[in-house]
Design a protein around this ligand. Structure first.
Ligand code: NAD
Ligand code: IPM
Ligand code: MN
Length: 369
């Protein structure tokens, strides 16, 4: 293809298990956008994951990471394979990109697309609409620690919880900025400062300070355990939740259950202060080894993730088009069994692309093109 300055280079990293299956569908959607929608996309396929690692020991090469830095976005499936018991490849690839590109905000929207997907008694989809800002570069994920006398009765294992002022402040600012630009009135910060008093006291102080800079937005603190209870009992109370890396990981799987499961949950990893930098987009779900190879994985999370990516790259109307198409597929039952249908991954993918292709054609003929 001709590479113009506006061309967006997108690294496609399917990874392992169902990651490969859902990203194959998502990649075809991007091809459709390139061929029919006229989007200037340069798709760059990355053969990284368990197969490659087991074959030649490669995880995330430095030169590939350097090229990722110069790209517009990464679309990632999932990493994790039972043949690699310590999941070394998964950490080195996933954290290689999250940490290596300083993608400090893991943005995970929680908004069920149909009433039928909401598992809570007496709750409708419209009552659940919040977004989790998960700190994505430090905390207990910082890989500082060690083991002593491994395998003996006197073994010691330590993982340090790293919280820097800069790191805590920038994720809290990102959450408030998001609230401000989207007209939200409340930001919840969840920590465990009653038990983890050193690190989470820092979160408390920074949250109060940043909160004071946004007079129109209410900053509310909750302990993470109580927040989990309330997310299930009264999800309508939440608009924006900001929390650390580990708590954000856990609460977004819980929140995915409110959306119809992991097959429906999309996410973005961004350097929020500078959106022109490369960003990574991935469904919240993992490689689901038990589901892999059965053509049974729900590709909607991957499609909705493509929507987030296209919006980030400057095409917000395409995020809406993809979301509306997923809603239509759900309404017609053209979906996988986890969300009430009887189709396989590929058939759902073909349906979604067929609908989007028709919608793009209709738009073009309206313009007389
Ligand atoms: P998982 O997300 O793979 O699966 C959890 C449950 O959700 C399973 O019951 C699975 O069948 C279901 N599920 C997930 N995605 C689905 C989809 N698209 N359609 C239908 N059902 C779906 O979590 P896990 O089993 O704890 O982890 C499996 C592997 O994935 C592990 O190695 C883990 O470390 C890895 N993982 C990777 C990522 C990532 O790369 N971003 C995220 C989470 C887990
Ligand atoms: C996620 C995943 C990862 C995480 C794992 C695979 C390390 O669970 O993206 O939610 O904990 O960040
Ligand atoms: Mn997770």
């Amino acid at each position: 293809m001709t590479v113009t300055p506006s061309t967006k280079k997108i690294a496609i990293l399917p990874g392992d298990g169902i990651g490969k299956e859902v990203i194959a569908e998502a990649r075809e959607l991007l091809e459709l956008y390139r061929e029919k929608g006229g989007l200037p996309l340069d798709l760059w396929d990355l053969d990284l994951g368990a197969d490659r690692y087991l074959n030649d020991g490669t995880t995330m090469p430095d030169d590939v990471l350097a090229d990722i830095h110069r790209s517009s976005a990464v679309l990632l499936g999932a990493l994790g394979d039972p043949r690699v018991p310590d999941q070394r490849h998964a950490r080195e690839i996933l954290f290689g990109i999250r940490f290596g590109c300083d993608l400090y905000a893991n943005v995970r929207p929680v908004r069920p697309l149909a009433d039928s997907l909401v598992p809570l008694k007496n709750k409708r989809a419209e009552q659940i609409d919040f977004v989790v800002f998960r700190e994505n570069t430090e905390g207990l994920y910082a890989d500082i620690g060690g083991q002593l006398r491994r395998g003996t009765a006197d073994e010691i294992a330590i993982s340090e919880d790293v919280n820097t002022r800069k790191g805590v402040e920038r994720i809290i600012v990102a959450a408030f900025e998001h609230a401000k630009t989207t007209g939200k009135t409340r930001v919840h910060m969840a920590d465990k400062s009653n038990a983890m008093r050193h690190a989470h006291d820092l979160w408390q102080r920074v949250f109060r300070e940043v909160s004071g800079r946004y007079p129109g937005i209410e900053g509310e603190h909750m302990y993470i355990d109580a927040l989990c209870l309330k997310v299930v009992q009264a999800p309508e109370a939440f608009q924006v939740i900001v929390t650390n890396n580990l708590f954000g990981d856990i609460v977004t799987d819980l929140a995915a259950a409110l959306q119809g499961g992991l097959g429906m949950a999309a996410s973005a990893n961004v350097h929020a202060a500078d959106p022109s930098r490369v960003a990574m987009f991935e469904p919240v779900h993992g490689s689901a080894p038990m589901l892999a190879g059965k053509d049974a994985a729900n590709p909607f999370a991957a499609f909705l993730t493509v929507g987030m990516m296209l919006s980030h790259l400057g095409w917000p109307a395409e995020e809406r088009r993809i979301e509306e198409t997923v809603v239509r597929a759900l309404t017609l039952g053209r979906c996988t069994s986890d969300v009430g249908g009887a189709l396989g991954t590929k058939a759902v993918g073909a349906f979604v692309r067929g609908e989007i292709g028709r919608s793009l054609d209709a738009f073009r003929s309206m313009l007389g093109g």
